[in-house]
Write a protein that binds this ligand. Structure first.
Ligand code: NAP
Length: 328
């Protein structure tokens, strides 16, 4: 796999990043540790976690920490082989300071993440979701402190629009604070709303690290019209994490699978290769559970989608600018 720049950071990352949202359940600790080691052996040098991840056991406001702890154990003897990203901001309890992007929460949570990950420094510290209760200025100042204290090397955002990123870049310049280098957004054939923002990210050297490019497994070809989800699949084990599969959805999935078949590839590789071909893409955060799934994703990094397929894909799943304009 050819490494790609992570925005303006100077770091080079593999085009596939290992997501850890299933560490704990359904991927038990020993399997998750092995998966991390096998992924590194396959050329992956980028791991994405979050203080909140605890696999399928997660409920709103539960304490999190499980995936970070497992990741910490997995990388203990190979810390220098990975660019390590974690996130802050999602609710971790019911108290008013147990969530969000206030300086207090960030200061508390960076310490907790460093401890669980067993490291002195987090390579990429990401704000998970916008927090409407905290001014962006307070959040960015706290993040600047975290970097200047040597607890994180770079900062990134997740689930932020280009307008919010623009404000952060402006504040960073105005105050001489650290600027975000990456943006983690949901992005797949089926979820293209953020496509509008990619040219902005490219222009300002923000490396995009999309998540759910397989739409939680929907784009893998494993779900078939009129059939029960296969055992061990996400739709069988955690149905609320997979979008509904009605006839209209199967029409779309089958049309995309037919295009993948035309170039003798799998739906997984086709979906990932298309995403990687979009502007500003640094690395796709893929939630692989087993090493065969990682290998499949790694193979996608070398797949080229024929030019004429892009327009045909747009006919099946329209780009946002081809969708109905609500103002018109
Ligand atoms: N920033 C955020 O707000 C945010 C939100 C969500 C996720 N994330 C990050 O993104 C990562 C990925 O999210 P995700 O797991 O929901 O989305 P995903 O990567 O689209 O889907 C992962 C699921 O797809 C299936 N899969 C993966 N590779 C496969 C293959 N080669 N063949 C068949 N099935 C395959 C597996 O499902 P089965 O269980 O069916 O095997 C796996 O659990 C997370 O781990 C996390 O790090 C970030």
């Amino acid at each position: 796999m050819e490494l790609r720049p992570l925005g303006s950071s100077g770091l080079l990352v593999s085009p596939i990043c290992l997501g850890t949202m299933t560490f704990g359940t359904p991927v038990p600790e020993a399997d998750a540790v092995r998966l991390v080691h096998e992924s590194i052996d396959m050329g992956i040098n980028f791991i994405d976690t979050a203080n909140v991840y605890e696999g399928y056991d997660r409920v709103l406001g539960s304490a999190g920490g499980v995936a970070e702890e497992i990741t910490g154990k997995a990388i203990a003897d190979r810390r220098d082989s990975v660019v390590l990203a974690t996130k802050v901001g999602a609710p971790l309890g019911s108290g008013p300071q147990d969530r969000g992007l206030s300086p207090l929460h960030i200061e508390r949570e960076i310490e907790a993440s460093l401890k669980r990950l067993g490291t002195d420094v987090i390579d990429l510290y990401i704000i998970h979701w916008p927090d409407r209760h905290t001014p962006l200025e307070s959040t960015l100042e706290a993040l600047d402190r975290v970097v200047r204290q040597g607890k994180a090397r770079y900062i990134g955002v997740s689930n932020h629009s280009a307008a919010q990123l623009c404000q952060l870049l402006w504040l960073a310049e105005k105050h001489d604070w650290v600027r975000p280098v990456s943006s983690q957004i949901p992005f797949s054939f089926l979820r293209r709303a953020f496509q509008h923002d990619l040219p902005f990210c490219e222009e300002f050297s923000i490396g995009v690290t999309p998540y759910q490019s397989l739409q939680g497994g929907l784009l893998t070809g494993k779900y078939r019209r009129g059939e029960e989800p296969p055992s061990g699949s996400r739709a069988a084990e955690k149905p609320e994490w997979v979008w509904a599969r009605d006839d209209a959805m199967f029409d779309t999935l089958e049309a995309l699978e037919a295009l993948a078949a035309e170039i003798d590839t799998t739906p997984v590789r086709y979906a990932l290769a298309w995403t990687l071909a979009q502007p500003a893409m640094s690395s796709l955060v893929v939630g692989a559970k087993r090493s065969e799934q990682v290998a499949d994703a790694v193979a996608a990094a070398d797949l080229e989608i024929p030019c004429e397929h892009f327009a045909r894909i747009d006919e099946i799943v329209p780009a946002p600018w081809k969708q109905d304009d609500p103002i018109r």
